[in-house]
Design a protein around this ligand. Structure first.
Ligand SMILES: [Zn+2]
Length: 215
């Protein structure tokens, strides 16, 4: 049976994040919001509401402009993580969730560099990747069919959606309903296969996601 974990990246955004929270509440679902530090400065209240309602808050870098694996300036990648974590503050989950910026959602060696890998390990982070990316930002009307296809092609799905003002989240309610109608169940916990580092400990090979490692 298909089990689905929802995650929402690149927010918080006024209006959209609130609507997503309302939809999740209506369906009695808990999810994780991977937030950007630069947006938290203005919209931390939205992350507070998500946290209060039982959702988990994760770190998704400060700027989200250059994947950490492509950064060469010393300190740049770890500052992307540390600045955002400081803004998340007491909203952080005790496992300290971090999701690298994928640049189009591709799992590749550009996700991390050695410095950011070491920073995450030293500070006890849990790296949360993904295994379904229906590209809702590119196709706000058509993503749902692709999402359902991806979710029912495997037992455990961790899907990346975006609480961005593209219009895509207008279809979140219908997506959840359709997935449930087809027998899927939802849970907040991540599939183990998407979590290569837990509390700073590497539990699955990280080389595929770290630039300069093994190449
Ligand atoms: Zn992102």
């Amino acid at each position: 049976m298909a089990t689905i974990t929802l995650s929402f990246d690149n927010g918080p955004e006024p209006d959209v994040t609130l609507r997503v929270l309302d939809t999740l509440r209506r369906h009695e679902l808990k999810a994780t919001f991977f937030v950007l530090g630069r947006k938290l400065i203005e919209h931390r209240d939205l992350a507070v509401r998500a946290h209060v309602e039982g959702h988990w808050i994760g770190n998704h870098t400060f700027h989200h402009e250059v994947p950490l694996g492509l950064m060469t300036e010393a300190g740049a990648a770890s500052s992307e993580i540390a600045r955002t974590e400081a803004l998340i503050g007491d909203l952080a989950h005790e496992r300290r969730f971090f999701r690298p910026y994928g640049g189009g959602g591709v799992l590749s060696k550009s996700l991390l560099n050695r410095e950011s890998r070491d920073h995450l390990a030293q500070h006890g982070y849990t790296i949360v990747l993904w295994n379904a990316i229906p590209e809702d930002w590119r196709d706000p009307e058509g993503w749902m069919a692709r999402a359902l296809e991806q979710c029912f092609a495997q037992d455990e799905t961790l899907i990346v959606l975006h609480d961005l003002p593209t219009g895509a989240m207008d279809h979140l309610d219908r997506f959840i309903g359709s997935a449930r109608d087809r027998g899927a169940s939802f849970r907040q916990e991540f599939p183990a296969s998407c979590v290569p580092m837990i509390r700073g400990e590497i539990v699955a090979p990280l080389e595929p996601y770290v630039s300069g490692e093994g190449d």
